[in-house]
Design a protein around this ligand. Structure first.
Ligand SMILES: [Zn+2]
Length: 406
């Protein structure tokens, strides 16, 4: 059990207040702060502090993988298979999807064969892993995720009352399934610039009209989001694509799981995110980064889905669990009450525990470690029997470990 210091990532879509406030630093921060990484990702590993020295978690794992990772080292190779983050989005992130394991392996090998350098911005596949991801809202979290049921999308397109959309609404009404969604999405995301420049402004006008109208307005969040995206990414075909996706709001404590092929865009909010330790992202727009529409189309799952919200479930050990099928990770939460008995963190290692509220005291083997919001601990496979309790008021702790699939 050792203190683990996260790596702060600054991206333009980040927040100048959310992470700083959570970690008890002055606001606003000098730069937009987007993510705090707790993991052993080669691009930005967290650092283990012990006895006044600091080493990257990557080095710590490499030095003694058997002690640190235990049997996990055999299942996933001598590396931590997940990356844990706190994410704070002030502005929308790109429209994206992640490949399946088979797609990632094939794509990685293909790009290696044709000689795209690993660090090239044109690279789609930086490794051979899939990238399932789960985000749990700390504050209200807004996102677009997965294709909406086609008949609802037809209702939305008709409600906007834009003549230029009629042909598309009828197309989807005539084929209200994944094939219809594939055709419509493909048409929109590849519209010639002139056609897009004609259609998009009329759609935005339709959204404004819809929001200022007096009739029943069941698509308020959807149309507002389209207008907001158009403001940040004017002229981007991803704005049109947003009309096809589920618009969802997570209340604090709710989770969102993104399986392979799920088209999604985080809009705003603060959350704890865990994912397979991979960088494989196919982007379709709403970003200045590399966009590869043909490759995105190859990995997308056009099957319409309900909101992919994961409701927290009470576990047997006082934890609150977020069940996902990902073999690389499992995430649970502990809401520690003031003055309560210490809670045993069973199966915490190898893994990371992260404090998101209050003050938590961890005890192991006669040693103590105090965590405050934004601070974390690395729990090796050899660290059994960790206990946690709230100090002062109530506290919240997330525990990230390897999934049951291993
Ligand atoms: Zn994603």
């Amino acid at each position: 059990m050792q203190e683990l210091v996260g790596a702060l990532r600054s991206y333009a879509w980040g927040s100048r207040t959310a992470l700083a406030r959570l970690c008890g630093r002055p606001v606003p921060s000098a730069h937009p702060e987007a993510e705090l990484w707790f993991g052993a990702h080669p691009a930005d590993p967290a650092h283990v502090k012990s006895n006044g020295s600091s080493r990257s978690l990557l080095e710590v794992l490499a030095a003694d993988p058997v002690r640190e990772l235990g049997p996990v080292a055999e299942g996933f190779g001598p590396r931590l298979p997940f990356l844990l983050k706190i994410l704070a989005a002030e502005e929308p992130l790109s429209l994206q999807a992640h490949p399946s394991s088979a797609q990632a392996l094939a794509g990685f090998q293909r790009e290696n064969r044709v000689g795209v350098p690993l660090d090239s911005p044109l690279r789609n596949y930086r490794d051979d892993s899939h990238k399932p991801e789960l985000v749990v809202a700390l504050e209200r979290f807004e996102a677009l995720a997965g294709f909406r049921a086609p008949h609802r999308t037809v209702d939305l397109l008709r409600a906007l009352n834009v003549p230029g959309l009629n042909v598309y609404a009828e197309l989807l009404a005539a084929q209200p399934d994944s094939a219809g969604l594939r055709t419509l999405f493909t048409t929109w995301i590849t519209l010639p610039p002139a056609a897009l420049a004609t259609l998009l402004p009329t759609v935005l006008e339709g959204c404004v009209r819809y929001l200022s109208g007096t009739g029943p307005r069941e698509f308020t969040a959807e149309t507002r989001t389209v207008l907001e995206l158009a403001e940040v990414y004017p002229g981007d075909a991803g704005v049109l694509a947003a009309l096809l996706l589920n618009r969802l709001t997570l209340e604090p404590g709710q989770g969102l799981f993104l399986a392979a092929g799920n088209l999604h865009a985080y809009l705003r909010g603060v959350g704890v995110e865990i994912m397979a330790n991979s960088d494989n992202v196919l982007r379709g727009g709403l970003t200045p980064k590399h966009v590869d529409v043909p490759e995105l189309l190859r990995v997308l799952d056009f099957e319409p889905i309900d909101l992919p919200v994961i409701e927290p479930e009470p576990g047997p050990d006082g934890s609150i669990r977020y069940a996902t099928p990902a073999p690389e990770f499992a995430l649970c939460r502990f809401d520690l009450e003031a003055g309560a008995e210490p809670v045993a963190l069973a199966d915490a290692g190898p893994g990371i525990v992260l404090c998101t509220d209050g003050t938590v005291e961890l005890r192991h083997d006669g040693r103590e470690l105090t965590l405050v919001p934004g601070s974390a601990a690395w729990i090796s496979a050899a660290d059994a029997d960790i206990r946690a309790r709230a100090v002062g008021g109530a506290a919240q702790l997330f525990s990230a470990c390897v999934g049951d699939g291993n």
